[in-house]
Design a protein around this ligand. Structure first.
Ligand SMILES: [Zn+2]
Length: 471
């Protein structure tokens, strides 16, 4: 029996229009006016938005730490929280650690995730040990459906790779049909700044941000863009936090560079005043750190104009009690990261309700662009016939207050505590199955499926994008 979501407003990168969505099996059968046939199960969604399921292109579930502990959210709780918040697919960062082959790194993450996910899932592969044999594995890995990779310019002594490695990887990944994502912060300078601070006895969590000022990000972005241009390769810049860095990206894009930029809700809503409150500051220790409030308008403008392509979360959760406190006495020991996968879609809708972003631009950033850039479009990220029936019913008359007390995320706080959203997620469909309704899961079986991906495509430019960002 087909399901018809009747009388809704389809929200797409091209605009929002009155439509019914007919779902038959796992896919969308029809989108239009009065599409129901005899025998269809009709659900009235008048006045509600129908969005293609959210895609969070940057999560870290079940990530191991050097001391053997792991992030608070594994794939079971993390993807459950994602689904409750309107995200029907995550692209998690699998990691190839030193001494492992690329295949080993990926297989390790498949084992962690398979059978545990409430939404669909795919992997990027973070490469920390680049060598000839890793290079030789690239074509097979890409053909198998893992088409994006990541390297770190930060985390000296563990994840960081040097500029020569980035140059070579950009060339080889691009030749093989993949896309390289890069964490841009100058790890050498961060390490020197940190040493100075520790020597001066400045060890509290508030000094995390002092050791990673905007300039270390902006310098790394600028250097990366030069390296990518020398390599003749496109590149994807993860979690851009500062306007000065986004400005470099806008200039390069305006000059014709093929590159993609991601930002995160924490850089659009939270600011560095949160580092003022004693040990509480540890909750907000993430890299890059939160920036001054003066960065918010420019980052929103970059989304409005389509220069920033994607909003992802960098969800990497650690409990405030029991995990973050490993860094008491040395901010460098605080595990870096914050939760957020559950709140992303609604936080971006809040931006729409407040006039910071058009609804089509929001849909591009939270769903269609990550699908396109990471090779899943239009199977994911689109409300069109034959696409997976991943549909979110968002009620613009609802109300949600973000709180650790009511969240599905398996962590003892949320950085967005108390933020009110003038909307609610009324229902979530994953490949035609209604998995979530009115705040509750409709089953306890994780039915998420692994998604092999194709090569990167062009982002879906929102029809409502405004031409110039304001800085
Ligand atoms: Zn990350």
């Amino acid at each position: 029996m087909a399901i018809v979501l009747a009388g809704g407003i389809a929200a797409t990168p091209d605009g929002a229009y009155r439509a019914d969505v007919r779902i038959d099996g796992e896919t969308i059968a029809e989108v239009g006016i009065r599409v129901a046939r005899d025998g269809d199960d009709i659900l009235d969604v008048s006045g509600k938005y129908l969005l293609p399921g959210g895609i969070d292109a940057h999560t870290h579930f079940d990530l191991p730490m050097p001391d053997g502990t792991r992030t608070a959210d594994g794939f079971f709780t993390g993807t459950r929280a994602a689904a409750a918040g309107g995200t029907t697919c995550v692209i998690d960062y699998a990691t190839q650690f030193k001494g492992e082959s690329l295949r080993e790194g990926l297989d390790n993450w498949r084992r962690l995730a398979d059978g545990k996910c409430f939404c669909d899932y795919a992997f990027h592969l973070a490469v920390t040990d680049w060598n000839d044999s890793a290079r030789g594995e690239l074509p097979e890995i890409i053909l198998s459906g893992v088409t994006s990779f990541k390297m770190y310019m930060a985390y000296k002594g563990s994840l960081q790779v040097d500029d020569g490695v980035i140059y070579r990887a950009l060339k080889h990944v691009t030749e093989a049909g993949g896309l390289l994502c890069v964490h841009c912060e100058n790890g050498d300078v961060i390490s020197a700044l940190r040493e100075e601070l520790i020597r001066a006895g400045r060890v509290g969590p508030e000094f995390h941000t002092v050791s990673r000022p905007p300039a270390v990000e902006t310098e790394a972005v600028s250097r990366l863009l030069s390296i990518a241009s020398l390599a003749g390769a496109p590149v994807y810049v993860v979690h851009v936090s500062a306007c000065s860095s986004m400005k470099k990206i806008i200039e390069a894009k305006a000059g014709g560079a093929r590159l993609f930029a991601e930002t995160c809700p924490q850089y659009l809503y939270l600011d560095d005043s949160l580092y003022g409150g004693g040990w509480e500051a540890a909750k907000y220790v993430c890299s890059p750190p939160l920036r001054g409030r003066e960065n918010h308008d420019g980052l929103w403008a970059s989304l409005r104009s389509g220069f920033a392509d994607v909003v992802a979360t960098d969800h990497c959760s650690f409990n405030f009690a029991g995990q973050k406190d490993k860094g008491r006495g040395d901010f460098g020991g605080i595990p870096n990261g914050m939760p957020g996968v559950e709140s992303r879609v609604l936080l971006m809708y809040k931006g729409v309700a407040e006039g910071r972003l058009s609804l089509p631009a929001m849909v591009s950033a939270v769903s269609s662009n990550p699908a396109a850039i990471f090779g899943m479009f239009p199977r994911k990220g689109a409300l069109i016939p034959r696409a997976d029936a991943d549909v979110v019913v968002l009620n613009p008359s609802g109300r949600t207050v973000i709180s650790a007390r009511t969240q599905f995320q398996n962590v003892d706080y949320t950085p967005f505590e108390g933020i009110e959203i003038p909307a609610s997620i009324d229902a979530v469909y994953l490949r035609g199955v209604e998995i979530f309704r009115d705040g509750k899961f409709l089953g306890n079986t994780p039915i998420g499926r692994y998604v092999p991906r194709c090569s990167s495509g062009a982002p879906v430019i929102s029809g409502n994008a405004q031409p110039a960002a304001r800085f």
